[in-house]
Design a protein around this ligand. Sequence first.
Ligand code: CUA
Length: 341
Amino acid sequence: MGVISALGMWGVVVFPIERFLPEAAQPAADIDWIFRFMAFFSVPILVYVNGFLLYFAIRYRKRPGDSMDAVGSPIHDHRALEAWWTAIPAVLMLALGLISYNVLPKYYGAQAATVTMEAIGHKWDFEFRYPGLKQSVYNDLYLPVNIPVTMDITSTEVREEDAVIHSFWVPEFRVKQDMVPGLVVPIHFTPTLIGNYRIICTEFCGVGHSDMWGKVHVVSQSDFDAWFAKQQHQAAAGPPPVKLAQGDATAGQAVFQQKCSACHNAAPFDQKKVGPGLADLFDDPKHPNLVNGRKANAADAADILEHGFAGSMGTMPTMQANGLSPADIANLVAYLQSLHK
Ligand code: CUA
């Protein structure tokens, strides 16, 4: 067991974590150091505890002929052993506490951030708000390299019925923070490596949980400025108009599968998932009106797709949150209409 432990501990020291998962932000290197420290001492504990477990299970197993209520060895306390297995973990925990005490302020403590922004968890999108930008950005987060960021992490507000806990996780940043309704937690990090990394929701938050992921694009300052200027321009201009007449039902079906089917069935109204079935949207005598109370027609359906709607049936996100283009909306309406032709 000593040999296996030594091999494992050596493996922990030499294993190049950053080769498989780049350290793309500060303080990723510190987090990896804590991880290595824990793994290093966990290896012998794992090997010895399970090794002895296995050894005793075999050595003191019930043999043929033993009575049904036979006991193994009558073992009583062993002072020296107990002292050791109390002292060693205590020292390890204390050391871990001291190291964490040193690293955590880099992550949670205030620092002179150049960008302070907000991340908000929704069912099932990440919303990001930048200072100086009127509209939110969904799922695709852009950050300039080497600029310290303070990100205020939270979730949809408590009073909204779909407020649940999400978790913001960027593995390459070693950044992970629960998004809790009603609680704003500022975290601090500095992206240090240009590239695209995953943002994953790592708290089960409903049927769309596995679909809740995004991308963080770490780009050069000039690329960031260009992107930001484009966003500001879009905010000023507003989204381009939806041209319903140009909708294509086949393309709409593909969009429906990809973007809508997590929450809606292409089936009658009563076959609900998160929201109602939509196959009879334009042809259901029992439900002649849309959720906004208006008669079901193409323009009003497009309006809900574009601006979203919150009502007794739940919340329909906006086109930005759903990642829909004006063409997608026209195609979706054409598809839903085609289901009755
Ligand atoms: Cu949001 Cu899981």
